[in-house]
Design a protein around this ligand. Structure first.
Ligand code: GLU
Length: 289
């Protein structure tokens, strides 16, 4: 099967040093495997989308010498497809409407690996007089395991560690977990290389793939660039803006950050860098922290 990877930025701000690292890793891995590489704009949450950010990201990627296949998929154009899949999960009994507010969940739920574990209030049906605002997918006690190409084996018991999770939010937007699974499947993505902040989301995505009969891609989670307080850089903090006019130093920084040996001679252009990178990328030396 031909390698098909992707970079899926959320257009909540300009490309920054942290997202460049994820882009470099996924592109270099696709190049090294003679694969295809696609771009998807994860603008499903319209409330967080910043006008102009998608264009700015694409312009930066061009300046950094990335070349992608085909047209760019915008999640904002896919609500119809996500609704179809949510309805399928509801009709098959894999998902249910939920009326709980955040406050109700916080009052009775225990802390899980990422936020509060949903205590299951609406699992057996909506309490009388309450309206379903969000949709949750049922989880169970079976361990969900996968082999990450960098992090090795990783398992979660979803019901214990996360609880039934949201696939359609109370504000009407499709949740990231569902959108990413539907898009990866519809775009034929079989290799996902992305930031390690999404490692803990992966079992939820594998669970949805299993329920929907979608193929499971391979995953590789690369280390995150952290700020001086040890937090993931976000597009909202402008601490590490990238220079579109002088892209090579940032590419070389990303390359070294990913545990890759630098070229002996500094390449003269981004094109030359990528030509060299294609034959020198080694996922085996990416740090697993
Ligand atoms: N849109 C996500 C982000 O910008 C990435 C999602 C993914 O790669 O699965 O962090």
């Amino acid at each position: 099967m031909k390698y098909r990877g992707r970079f899926a930025p959320s257009p909540t701000g300009a490309l920054h040093a942290g997202s460049l690292i994820a882009a470099v890793a996924s592109y270099a891995d696709a190049l090294a495997n003679q694969g295809e590489w696609l771009i998807r704009m994860e603008d499903v949450d319209q409330g967080r989308t910043v006008p102009g950010a998608a264009d700015a990201i694409l312009r930066s990627l061009e300046n950094y010498g990335f070349e992608w296949q085909g047209s760019i998929l915008f999640q904002s154009s896919r609500e119809h497809r996500y609704a179809e899949i949510s309805n399928e999960l509801l009709n098959r009994g894999y998902a249910y409407p939920c009326a709980c507010t955040r406050r109700e969940i916080a009052a009775t739920g225990n802390a899980g690996i990422e936020g509060i574990i949903y205590p299951g209030n609406c699992r057996a049906g909506l309490p009388s007089g309450r309206e379903g605002k969000s949709i949750r997918v049922r989880t169970d006690q079976r361990p969900i395991c996968f082999h990450d190409r960098i992090r090795k084996r990783h398992c979660q018991v979803l019901e214990r560690d996360v609880g039934d999770f949201v696939i359609r939010r109370a504000d009407g937007y499709t949740a990231y977990q569902l959108a990413v699974v539907v898009d990866d499947a519809d775009q034929g993505i079989n290799q996902v290389v992305r930031g390690a902040d999404l490692l803990l989301s992966t079992p939820r995505q594998l669970w949805l793939q299993e329920l929907l009969g979608f193929p499971r891609p391979e995953y590789a989670h690369v280390p995150l660039l952290l700020d001086s307080q040890g937090r993931k850089l976000s597009k909202q903090d402008q601490a590490h803006p990238l220079s579109d006019r002088n892209p090579l130093p940032a590419l070389l920084f990303s390359w070294r950050f990913l545990g890759q040996a630098p070229p002996e001679e500094t390449p003269s252009s981004v094109q030359e860098f990528w030509k060299w990178a294609k034959t020198h990328w080694n996922i085996g030396t990416v740090p697993s922290r």
